[in-house]
Write a protein of this length. Structure first.
Length: 195
């Protein structure tokens, strides 16, 4: 879906109550114009136009819901909804980032208050020399774990680890110790931070 169209649907969903109020006002004006038209005044085009405007404002929230179902603005999401939402976004289209030698930050273009942050110095380092078997199976055995943090509007939401393996050529989330599997959120978090 075109990004501009998506933003329009999101805007309509955000302001659905004022749009419905406007629709009600146009409906009332159209009803009043219809009474004048029935009384013999030649204002049929005005009554028709007001009725069409009423329909446009009253129907737009339903149309937006059709094109973006079950999608709330990020600011209205709960913690669990945010964690479910992130894997459904596109890392290259929906996120933008800034990286420096000592830190990296990526934010959601739609709502820049949702962001991932990482520091590659001091308290951003989880483990300077990771010796896990899965992390050292690369030509360059150096592996360093870093904390990556998820924030919304400056409030800390979650923290996870990505391990820089093969001398910094790739960043991987550590697998679960028992199952050796990576959670969907951790997998997608890695995709957002390494673009």
């Amino acid at each position: 879906m075109d990004k501009r169209l998506k933003l329009i649907w999101m805007w309509i969903k955000k302001y659905k109550h004022p749009l419905r109020v406007l629709g009600g006002i146009f409906f009332g004006m159209g009803l009043l114009a219809a009474f004048f038209w029935i009384s013999g005044f030649d204002i049929e085009p005005v009554a028709f136009s007001l009725g069409m405007m009423s329909s446009l404002f009253l129907a737009s929230p339903s149309v937006a819901e059709y094109f973006l179902p079950d999608r709330k603005p990020v600011r209205d999401m709960s913690f669990e909804e945010i964690l479910d939402f992130i894997p459904k976004t596109d890392p290259s289209e929906d996120w933008h980032g800034i990286s420096r030698e000592w830190a990296s930050e990526r934010f959601l273009k739609e709502d820049p208050r949702l962001r991932f942050r990482a520091k590659f110095i001091d308290d951003g380092i989880h483990c300077e020399d990771s010796t896990e078997d899965w992390a050292n199976r690369h030509p360059d055995k150096r592996a360093t774990g870093y904390w990556y943090e998820l924030y919304y509007d400056g409030a800390f939401l979650d923290r996870f680890i990505l391990v820089s393996v093969d001398g910094g050529r790739a960043d991987l989330p550590p697998p679960d110790l028992q199952t050796k599997e990576i959670s969907q959120f951790d997998y997608h978090s890695q995709r957002y931070m390494t673009i």
